[in-house]
Design a protein around this ligand. Structure first.
Ligand code: MG
Length: 252
């Protein structure tokens, strides 16, 4: 019954031509959840999101972990060992998940696409290391066919594309035209709402080049309706996936 309702939500979004829904840092604006927690992935999948986005950092001793900020409780993740990180908790009391733990949970939710963001690390070498470890884990866990990659780092995007040429890789930083992104060999632009307001021609320009277009982070019913109606937008990344799913449903 539950699976059927999720399938229905998924199929109705696919066939309606409306943007697909990605939960930003998982679905965390809901009871018992927290950004980038295992629970946020479960909640995104249960809510019927097409995909769930999450952020990946590499600890000082080389463990990929899922977390947004560069620091937690004042300590820098890149400078901290994994064991030390385990002294800290997310807002819902969970431990910071390793990427392996997070992907393991994802194997239980086969209808939810994974949008893996490689955070910009200290230098190109570390950008390459985290990209290599992330792609290897995704492939080892059998998730390559439903994992897309995104990054603000040009170096990470290039490396991800080299490592996983079949995968979708989108650039986040908004400072390249669709043509420049296409020329890098990437498959999409994943730009802020403000970037598209500044360059309203970019979504359709990108579509003509065969790029996928994702907009972040669009919250609240009014903005979700505005971007939901914008031509050329394939995907909306939101902190309010429940409102977006309801909004898209209401338009049918
Ligand atoms: Mg992110």
């Amino acid at each position: 019954m539950f699976l059927a309702s999720v399938l229905l939500a998924f199929c109705s979004l696919i066939t309606s031509g409306q943007p697909l829904v990605v939960a930003h840092r998982g679905y965390w604006r809901t009871e018992g959840s927290a950004q980038n927690s295992i629970t946020s992935l479960q909640k995104a999948a249960q809510a019927g999101c097409w995909g769930s986005e999450f952020d990946v950092w590499l600890t000082a001793d080389g463990v990929p972990v899922v977390f947004h900020d560069a620091t937690i409780d004042g300590i820098r993740i890149e400078d901290t060992t994994f064991a030390t990180l385990m002294n800290h908790r997310l807002q819902n009391g969970e431990f910071i998940p390793t990427l392996q733990q997070y992907l393991h949970e994802a194997t239980r939710w086969p209808l939810c696409r994974l949008i893996l963001e490689v955070k910009p690390h200290r230098n190109a070498k570390r950008d390459a290391s985290i990209s290599e470890l992330a792609v290897e884990l995704v492939e080892t866990m059998g998730l390559a066919s439903r994992t897309d990659y995104i990054s603000f780092s040009k170096d990470a995007c290039k490396r991800l594309h080299e490592l996983a040429p079949e995968a979708k890789v989108a650039y986040l930083n908004g400072d390249l035209t669709p043509l420049q992104v296409k020329e890098m060999g990437l498959t999409g632009i994943d730009y802020s709402a403000a970037t598209f307001d500044k360059h309203p021609e970019w979504p359709l320009e990108a579509k003509k080049l065969g790029l996928e277009v994702n907009v972040w982070t669009v919250d609240g019913e009014e903005e979700l309706r505005r971007f939901g109606a914008m031509k050329g937008i394939d995907i909306i990344t939101t902190n309010d996936p429940d409102i977006l799913i309801k909004t898209l449903g209401n338009k049918k």
